[in-house]
Design a protein around this ligand. Structure first.
Ligand SMILES: CC(C)(COP(=O)(O)OP(=O)(O)OC[C@H]1O[C@@H](n2cnc3c(N)ncnc32)[C@H](O)[C@@H]1OP(=O)(O)O)[C@@H](O)C(=O)NCCC(=O)NCCS
Length: 202
């Protein structure tokens, strides 16, 4: 294994989408939608191409991490720009070898250098906690409909407890996927059987 990390090029798009599809397939639902989310995100003005890092084993693309601009709106309708992280993916046969951690560490450092103040994610607390993410509730940030739960986490890049950023979180509309557009998009990839698996109930 000879892993390197670089930003994504246009010529990588299809291979990256196929890799994302493979990584998420059957993990959270039968099939996956994250390859379409990434496809839509790239076309959105919210997408941050300089933070879209990919991991390669020699020339083969084996992982990615993507970020988009999102916002937190306070009760006075003042908006604060933050980053939303996702999708992050590593090909199943490359998982558990530190590639996801490498992508997270490198991209977080770059996001900090670019001056972003916070990263918001929906993910597993056991995994993301080790990178400094904390429950969004600590920062008085809720989902757009006012909820908090363990998987909803925030990383403070400002070093200043988010410098007054609080309120409701809104991600880019590219994350909203409808079943019809997903079926149509997925049909352009090699056919894969969908399964109900244990990981979908965790
Ligand atoms: C999540 C993912 C990107 C992590 O990448 P990775 O290269 O396997 O991660 P690393 O090797 O850096 O870290 C492995 C550690 O993460 C933990 N981990 C990986 N996926 C996890 C998950 N879904 N929930 C909890 N812990 C997880 C492993 O148990 C391991 O823990 P350890 O270091 O204590 O042994 C990768 O497993 C993946 O693509 N999964 C499918 C898609 C997905 O779930 N994406 C994230 C959505 S929030």
């Amino acid at each position: 294994m000879n892993i390197s990390i670089r930003t994504e090029l246009e010529s990588d798009y299809r291979e990256v989408e196929n890799m994302v599809r493979e990584a998420f397939w059957d993990v959270y639902k039968p099939g996956s939608s994250e390859h379409l989310i990434l496809h839509k995100l790239r076309k959105s003005p919210a997408f941050v191409p300089e933070l879209h890092l990919i991991a390669c084993d020699d020339r083969k693309i084996v992982g990615n991490i993507a970020y988009s601009k999102a916002y937190v709106m306070n009760p006075h309708d003042v908006r604060f720009e933050v980053l939303c992280m996702g999708p992050i993916s590593v090909l199943p046969e490359y998982q558990g070898k530190g590639i996801g951690s490498l992508l997270l560490r490198k991209s977080i450092e770059k996001a900090r250098q670019l001056g972003y103040r916070a990263v918001v994610i929906f993910g597993h607390p056991g995994y993301y906690g080790r990178f400094g993410f904390r429950n969004a509730e600590v920062f008085h940030i809720t989902t757009s409909d006012g909820h908090n739960f363990d998987a909803f986490m925030v990383l403070d890049l400002s070093g200043n407890r988010l410098a007054g950023i609080e309120g409701r979180f809104f991600a880019d509309p590219a994350f909203d996927v409808d079943a019809g557009e997903l079926d149509e998009f997925d049909a352009s990839f090699p056919w894969k059987e969908k399964h109900v698996t244990d990981t979908q109930f965790k």
